[in-house]
Design a protein around this ligand. Structure first.
Ligand SMILES: [Zn+2]
Length: 338
């Protein structure tokens, strides 16, 4: 089968690789219907995360169940399913509390940019639709697998809700979908921080009421000016750099909440600044599984259209071009069809 492997900096290849097989009785094998390139795939692609051996790429997926292990009882062959990038049992105490990405049995799902994918802990990880979905909602269901789920977690962690002003740092797909999430949660005002006209336009479509183009201290000053000098009640940080974390903290009012969902790279928070900011911080790999049933429901009822973040669609065999387009920021997010 075809699969995408990263060999080193800017060296991604689509090759003939062995088709995955059941390894544990709790596994399922999916025929991948759609996958995509994640902003976090760009860290190793750009050589910022070292790649020591060819690495199967992709952790966002929707597919049809081909085969299940003997211990799988809830998921059946033939079902259309959406899953998260962390497999979870969905039964332990951590899962029960809604933090499935830190399940005591959590294991990463990888190699989704391929024709077939092995998903561990299938019963806990996968959510099936009642019937095969219409083709036009597949990009949105794929978005639920990670970017929407992550943006949603960021907005939930930031306690976005009625009467709240929410600021979003980062205009990648996760930041844009955090804007959509904040709107769905009833936020009164949503400030998207973005310097790119095409992304500002999508942010407005997703519900942003204000755009702040400035970054860093200037961005913080602009958000404070828009909020009577106080800062936003809720801030979502969706980048993962030192500058974006400090920008997010600076935009949050005392007593406010920041959800940070950008994977941190070299972030060192100054203790004193953190202490006197006096804000609530919650971040981490999004427990997408917590939100999947609700998000899939909203998508299937056509109440939200998060699939709009896919501004490029290519056959799996052209995954190299998908990486290039995202690396050069020519596209917001690239969808791959096996
Ligand atoms: Zn668990």
């Amino acid at each position: 089968m075809l699969g995408t492997l990263l060999y080193g900096e800017r060296d991604v290849r689509v090759e003939d690789v062995p088709r995955p097989v059941l390894q544990e009785p709790t596994d399922a094998i999916l025929r991948v219907v759609a996958a995509c390139v994640c902003g976090s795939d760009l860290w190793p692609y750009r050589g910022i995360d070292p790649v020591r051996r060819p690495r199967p790429m992709g952790h966002e997926y929707v597919g049809v169940v081909e085969e299940t292990g003997a211990a799988v009882s809830l998921i059946r062959p033939g079902q259309f399913v959406v899953g998260s990038f962390f497999a979870s049992d969905n039964t332990c105490e951590i899962c029960a509390a809604g933090y499935q990405s830190r399940c005591v049995h959590a294991v990463g799902v990888g190699g989704a940019q391929a024709e077939y994918l092995r998903v561990p802990l299938a019963d806990g990880t996968l959510v099936a639709t009642a019937e095969p979905p219409d083709a036009d909602v597949i990009p949105s269901l794929l978005a639920a697998s990670d970017v929407l789920g992550t943006g949603w977690f960021g907005a939930a962690a930031a306690e976005a809700g009625p009467g709240k002003t929410v600021a979003v740092v980062g205009d990648g797909a996760v930041g844009l979908l955090a804007v959509l999430a904040a709107g769905q949660m009833g936020a009164e005002r949503i400030i998207a921080m973005s310097g790119h006209p095409d992304r500002q336009e999508l942010a407005r479509e997703f519900g942003a009421t204000d755009i702040v183009r400035e970054r860093g201290d200037d961005g913080v000053a602009a958000v404070r000016e828009l909020t009577g000098g106080l800062g936003a009640h809720s801030v979502v940080e969706a980048v993962g750099t030192q500058a974006s974390m400090l920008q997010g903290i600076g935009c949050t009012r005392p007593g406010g909440h920041m959800g940070y969902v950008g994977v941190p790279h070299g972030v060192q928070l100054p203790g004193e600044q953190l202490f006197f900011a006096e804000i609530h911080l919650l971040g981490g790999p999004a427990p997408v599984r917590r939100f999947l049933p609700e998000l899939m429901g909203l998508i299937l009822q056509r109440k939200i259209d998060p699939g709009k973040v896919f501004t490029l669609e290519l056959p799996l065999g052209e995954a190299v071009d998908a990486y290039r387009a995202m690396d050069e920021r020519r596209t917001i997010k690239a969808l791959l069809r096996p």
